[in-house]
Design a protein around this ligand. Structure first.
Ligand code: SDX
Length: 432
């Protein structure tokens, strides 16, 4: 019998042994590929809460313990000791760079900050009040027209790892430029060219803040804080947007079309869009005179679809380690940048009440990465409309590394789930 489960169809008495596959960490999986052939059955798992759709070496989440690992390294250690670009190198290659490789990678990213001049015209087509996520997802999809050659990466025989690294460097380095252009267009500001004399994260703040004459005030502590935020968002297993990227990858579409699909999925308020909603909620609570109990009661009310944004997670049934790192970061920053202490107090109070309430305890609803990020981003003078684009910038490397892994998985097939049909059957069109 070995490592397998036996399924018996009680209707026919037929039974099948299905192999159990074990990873290096985490929950083993049942390989069900023969289920339909042997028993004529599919599985049903809405939201894929118990379904693995790929194998991966990139990141691992221990939901029970509240731990996250990138290529086997703990996120708390990485956030404290490594730059975001070194984390990009780790996710793309499997190893942290040595000093020489780190400098070379930094230079390769800097030389790719710039966009083709005609791509700038795209922003003018959008109404000024467009949400930057709309222009960002369009801008990334448009990149596929400027780098058609990367479509060849969908044919493993045509391209090698070198071509992949070029494609990955381009998307990592150009997404901040597109995001900054999207924001400045939404405010009617002139677009600011990237500055290749500035490190990745400093350059993003520069493009957001610079006056037309090139002046911009940027503190080192702001660069370091935002760099850590990018690192904490870099990858996170098979979340909804990464699954969107892998699904588009499986059809053989251009890699930048897959990243654009990931941006679209991340925008949702249940996913990356939650960081913007958390700040709105904290402000609403603060403006209501801190009537936190009213919000907690609404979150618990089964007849109210109100959710406490920044709380809960499909995988974490403990404190999200990224929320822990962000909370530590803002405690460190409190005396250096203007953290909104009023909102911070509301957040701390909300967390304290929620974590002592049976409703949240029974459902293991803890603060997730989005709960504290908005308070720090506000202190970094990042506009609220740019919160989710900041998440996109951090996650871009994870998406492209996941794309490459999916593309090179020999067992990869086009993603094509089945359904349980519950519609009408055998209907005839009546002759009038
Ligand atoms: C991200 O997957 C990832 O890895 C995502 C992410 C990443 O890095 O890529 O970590 C980033 O998306 C973080 C999550 C950001 N979203 C939010 O903060 C939005 C608020 N949270 C929820 O909408 C919810 O918790 C989800 C979407 C995050 C998870 O949803 P699930 O796993 O489908 O859980 P569920 O909706 O089935 O909830 C289980 C129970 C339900 O109650 P009952 O029906 O059992 O009575 O918990 C309740 C839910 O009503 N619940 C909440 C709640 N979240 C879940 N109740 C109040 N407030 C909440 N936030």
């Amino acid at each position: 019998m070995g490592n397998s489960v036996t399924i018996i169809d009680n209707r026919s008495g037929k039974k099948i042994d299905l192999p159990i596959l074990e990873g290096n960490r985490g929950t083993p999986v049942i390989d069900i590929k023969d289920l339909n052939k042997e028993l004529g059955l599919f599985t049903f798992d809405n939201g894929f809460s118990s379904t693995a759709h790929c194998k991966s070496e990139l990141s691992f989440i221990d939901g029970e313990k509240g731990e996250l690992f990138y290529r086997g390294y703990r996120i708390a250690d990485i956030a404290e000791k490594k730059s975001y670009l070194d984390v990009c190198y780790l996710l793309l290659t499997g190893e942290f760079p040595n000093e020489k490789n780190s400098l070379e990678f930094d230079m390769l990213i800097r030389k790719r900050y710039f966009l083709h001049e005609t791509l700038k015209e795209l922003f003018r087509a959008f109404p000024e009040n467009s949400h930057p996520m709309a222009t960002l997802s369009s801008g990334v999809a448009a990149l596929s027209s400027f780098y058609r050659e990367h479509l060849d990466l969908c044919d493993n025989k045509k391209c090698g790892t070198f071509d992949y690294f070029i494609m990955a460097q381009r998307i990592i380095s150009k997404i901040p430029t597109i995001a900054a252009y999207s924001y400045r267009h939404s405010k009617g500001l002139s677009l600011v060219y990237p500055d290749a004399n500035r490190y990745f994260t400093e350059n993003f703040l520069y493009m957001l803040r610079a006056y037309p004459n090139g002046d911009a005030e940027i503190k080192d502590i702001e660069v370091k804080s935002l760099d850590t935020i990018f690192t904490l968002h870099a990858d996170h297993g098979q979340n909804a947007s990464t699954t969107a990227v892998r699904t588009v990858c499986s059809t053989g579409a251009h890699p930048y079309a897959a990243i654009s699909a990931g941006i679209g999925a991340l925008w949702g308020r249940a996913h990356g869009g939650a960081n913007e909603q958390v700040l709105n909620q904290l402000r609403e609570i603060s403006d209501s005179g801190n009537d936190i109990k009213k919000f907690i009661d609404r979150a618990k009310d089964p007849n109210d679809d109100f959710r406490l944004m920044g709380f809960g997670h499909r995988v974490y049934k403990n404190y999200d380690p990224r929320a822990k790192s962000l909370k530590e970061l803002q405690d460190k920053l409190k005396n250096e940048i203007n953290i909104d202490n009023k909102l911070l107090e509301v957040a701390y109070r909300l967390e304290e009440i929620a974590l002592s309430d049976d409703y949240f305890i029974e459902r293991k609803l803890y603060p997730n990465v989005d709960f504290y990020s908005g308070i720090i981003l506000t202190a970094l003078k990042i506009p609220i409309s740019m919160f989710t684009p900041v998440f996109v910038i951090g996650r871009s490397v994870g998406w492209i590394a996941q794309w490459f892994e999916h593309r090179h998985d020999p067992s990869m097939r086009i993603a094509r789930p089945r359904q349980l049909y519950i519609g009408k059957v055998d209907r005839k069109i009546e002759d009038n």
